[in-house]
Design a protein around this ligand. Structure first.
Ligand SMILES: NC(=O)c1ccc[n+]([C@@H]2O[C@H](COP(=O)([O-])OP(=O)(O)OC[C@H]3O[C@@H](n4cnc5c(N)ncnc54)[C@H](O)[C@@H]3O)[C@@H](O)[C@H]2O)c1
Length: 435
């Protein structure tokens, strides 16, 4: 088969639809092994930046991107016309939820409709966006087959979920296995061949829906376990004399059957918070109510409110009225070492505090600016003076570059929701999950 040989020889032209946290690193991986990559993004600014070799994703160095762009190994487009020239097309568009937390797969549908205008024989389409089971076969496939072309005969379609963990230096896109489920056996075979060109291990499953469900299981597993430790943290606070962080350190010495998860001010990002709702929504179609998913969401989404309650209590204990309080917030990103603020619990906490306190300053080396309830906040320097000026310092994201001793030394009062500061027995230091 011609397509098989083109992939094997790395002569296939590879399209990537959506050049965000998933699409841009994928473009690099694919181009680095010799393929020519054509990226498509509806965001003009991103297209322009890619073509200038300027990266906007922390894990993608601009030097690497510009080298591949100058060799014409990566080119970005605003228009889908280039899809006609592509042999393999990866769809990496967002899958958010609506205000009422129902799945919003309009980006997948939009991308599918655009691709279908240029669909031709001998093309492989791979959906990489996280979504509920049957999206590939019941939603994307009919859009593509409306062209009159037949899957498995004329063109090929698979689901291969992305597992990238931005900021993770140990597990990268190259050494994290990719799960592949094709609509037909040939679809699976071609997709397996494609990923095996740049990923160490490819895991084949029997269908796209198994691959779709496996991705949701992975993220729901995290959501449920984080909820469990968050609940344990609240329990330890209520019991008063057990430190949840010490408990987790002890439990994780068990070499089998336990995996540590940590409490915090809540969950965020584009995956752990959203994906469980995709499955809960789909399950309802079958009169199935997922108790674990809903319960985990309830516990995790309560955490920012709990942080607010603890802060009020701590300020009260120290004789500081909430509405006169000046706060210094450390960390705005949803997790450490990245600048992604989507659904960040730190931002939720700032929104809750915005009208309640006198002043908020924040620092995040990855997030220069933020909009909270319509007001623009700019990251201020993490200096001894700025820390000392605040009535309370609230640690919400534990970036590696934060110096715990420096923060401890210069702050009057601290609420640490991430256990960044390991010290104990200090009057001015309060930690989530212990009293
Ligand atoms: N961010 C992660 O860590 C991560 C990890 C694994 C899986 N995922 C999944 O991957 C998918 C993409 O996530 P992301 O974090 O890369 O999102 P993102 O928002 O960073 O990137 C998506 C890109 O698609 C573009 N886009 C939107 N609509 C488009 C369209 N119709 N045509 C072309 N481009 C379009 C956007 O402009 C954006 O640049 C989601 O389903 C997400 O759940 C994300």
């Amino acid at each position: 088969m011609e397509l098989y040989n083109k992939i094997l020889r790395r002569e296939a032209k590879v399209g990537i639809i959506g050049l965000g946290y998933v699409g841009l690193p994928l473009a690099i991986d694919v181009a680095e092994v010799g393929f020519t990559v054509y990226g498509v993004d509806t965001d003009k600014a991103k297209v322009a930046m890619v073509n200038l070799g300027q990266s906007y994703i922390e894990d993608v160095p601009s030097e690497k991107l510009s080298e591949l762009v100058s060799k014409k190994k990566i080119t970005a487009f605003e228009n889908y016309k280039i899809c006609r020239d592509c042999d393999v097309i990866n769809i990496c568009v967002p899958t958010p939820f609506t205000k009422t937390k129902d799945p919003d797969i309009s980006y997948i549908i939009g991308a599918g409709e655009e691709i279908s205008k240029y669909l031709r024989k001998e093309q492989l389409i791979i959906l990489r966006s996280t979504t509920f089971p049957e999206t590939t076969e019941k939603i994307l496939l009919p859009i593509l087959e409306k062209t009159g072309l037949k899957v498995g005969v004329d063109f090929y379609l698979s689901f291969a979920p992305e597992r990238i963990d931005p900021g993770n230096k140990v597990f990268t896109t190259k050494n994290t296995p990719v799960v592949v489920g094709g609509v037909t056996k040939t679809c699976t075979k071609l997709t397996e061949l494609f990923f095996s060109q740049f990923v160490e291990k490819v895991v084949v499953v029997s269908s796209p829906k198994v691959a779709e469900m496996s991705k949701l299981l992975e993220n729901i597993f995290r959501s449920v376990n984080i909820a469990l430790v968050n609940e344990l943290a609240l329990m330890c606070e209520r019991m008063g004399n057990i430190d949840v962080w010490e408990v987790i350190e002890a439990a994780k010495t068990k070499p089998f059957g336990f995996m540590p998860f940590y409490p915090g001010p809540g969950i965020g990002g584009h995956c752990i918070l959203i994906d469980p709702y995709y499955l809960a929504w789909k399950a309802r179609e079958y009169d199935f109510h997922s108790n674990f998913i809903e319960l985990a969401a309830q516990v995790n989404e309560n955490m920012p409110f709990h942080v607010l309650d603890r802060l009020c209590e701590i300020l009260g204990e120290n004789g500081i009225p909430l509405k006169k309080a000046e706060l210094f917030i450390i960390g705005a990103a949803f997790k450490k070492n990245v600048g992604d603020t989507r659904h960040s619990p730190a931002i939720k906490v700032m929104e809750l505090l915005h009208f309640k306190v006198k002043k908020i300053n924040y620092n995040d080396p990855y997030v220069p600016e933020l909009k909270i309830n319509g007001k623009i906040y700019r990251s201020v320097k993490l200096t001894a003076t700025n820390l000392a000026r605040a009535d309370c310092v609230l640690i919400l994201t534990d970036h590696d570059q934060y110096d715990a001793n420096f923060i401890l030394k210069h702050s009057k009062l601290i609420l640490d929701t991430r256990n960044l500061i390991k010290a104990r027995g200090l009057k001015k230091l309060y930690t989530l999950g212990r009293r």
